[in-house]
Design a binder for this molecule. Structure first.
Ligand SMILES: N[C@@H](CCC[C@H](N)C(=O)O)C(=O)O
Length: 366
């Protein structure tokens, strides 16, 4: 976090002749008290500079002063406010909450829905809680989707979690943590280049455990099975990475799917709520570029179309191997960028490598 130069922004008004919208905007900024943005976000506020009634000060911070600032910020404990850090992993964005003092999430599922709202809240695909460890692990991670439901795991989220912990604990360089999740033990490692490599554990293939009501057709797994959705037959493989995924390379009999042509908002919910998925499902639509390069669009359970899904990318490579379409090491292109995925033969674990970045720090009244 502290390696790049960033800026703090303070805003003040010199006139009372502001429109009520401007006044509301300004009072919201004042109410949130402190925000720290990476430099590129300063540009978003430049339009305000055109107004003589606003003064915006962008102050360059060194990595040391930013670190001090962010720690002061994260240490604030006023009651009635939720202090958070917004992170993203390839555009899959989360509100991270320091919950290390309690096993009770500081935010209810109903509040999570409001916080994730992109117009009336902070905006995010979910809220993630960093909690004390369970069964000897360093930490516990829990997450609420933007619809308030609680998934077992989140791949992009766990990379953000690792960077968040490093910041809270003031750690630098290479670090690894053990994290208890609803999907069991997950082990992220922050690498020297700042990316996070995560041991995501073993995929679950047995149909009843995914869970899906589709009949198993390869050992206990569902591989290349027919699924009728909205009158069309899709060929699907079902994989759990602790949370359920339905992977399709296209409609039955079709050649390679062109994923950019899909109307995800239309078809996605029909997979998510299909009768054969008793816990609902995440759905990945895949285009094959080569045996080591795939392109994916995702409709997430409880969050809709997102820019990336880490557990989804892992499940996709497992499905591609099971269907004989790809090797065990693949680059998976998501709308927000690429993830490197390996399904390792030696230990049957899936490894995911990708970025996680701070977007901003904030506080909101709860
Ligand atoms: N985006 C996540 C997955 C989040 C949970 C998912 N919506 C579910 O309900 O299972 C990822 O990166 O894995």
């Amino acid at each position: 976090m502290a390696t790049t130069t960033t800026s703090s922004i303070s805003v003040s008004s010199s006139s009372s002749s502001l429109s009520s919208n401007s006044q509301r905007y300004l009072s919201n900024l004042v109410q949130s008290q402190h925000c720290f943005f990476p430099r590129k976000n300063v540009a978003l506020n430049k339009s305000l500079r055109r107004s003589p009634n606003f003064r915006i000060k962008a102050v360059s911070l060194t990595s040391e002063t930013l670190e001090t600032a962010s720690h002061t910020f994260l240490d604030r404990k006023e009651s009635g406010f939720l202090h958070f850090v917004k992170y993203h992993g390839l555009g899959n964005d989360f509100i991270l909450v320091d919950n290390r003092d309690s096993m009770e999430p500081k935010v209810t599922p109903e509040q999570a829905v409001k916080l994730c709202d992109r117009n009336f809240g902070i905006g995010g695909d979910g809220v993630i809680f960093a909690m004390p460890g369970t069964n000897g692990t360093d930490y516990t991670m829990r997450i609420f989707n933007s619809d308030g439901s609680e998934p077992e795991m989140c791949g992009n989220g766990v990379r953000c979690f690792a960077r968040f912990i490093a910041e809270l604990e003031n750690l630098h360089g290479k670090h690894s943590f053990t994290i208890h999740t609803g999907a069991g033990l997950i082990v992220p490692e922050i690498q020297d280049d700042g990316k996070v490599k995560v041991d995501m554990g073993e995929p679950i293939l047995s149909a009843v455990d995914v869970p899906t009501k589709l009949p198993a057709n390869k050992d206990s797994a569902v591989v290349k099975s027919d699924l009728v959705v909205d009158g069309e037959t899709w060929s699907v493989t079902c994989v759990s990475m602790g949370n359920p995924h339905c992977i399709t390379f296209g409609r039955k009999g079709d050649q390679n799917l062109v994923v950019d042509q899909l109307n995800l908002a239309d078809i996605g919910p029909k997979f998510e709520h299909h009768d054969v998925f008793p816990a609902r499902t995440n759905t990945e639509f895949i285009q094959v570029f080569s045996r080591s390069h795939l392109k994916m669009r995702v409709w997430e359970r409880g969050a809709g179309a997102t820019l990336a899904c880490g557990t989804g990318a892992c499940a996709v490579v497992v499905a591609a191997v099971l269907e004989g379409r790809a090797e065990r090491n693949c680059t998976v292109d998501l709308p927000g960028g690429p993830l490197e995925i390996e399904w390792r033969e030696e230990d049957n674990h899936v490894y995911m490598t990708g970025p996680a970045e701070v977007v901003f720090y904030g506080s909101v009244p709860l």
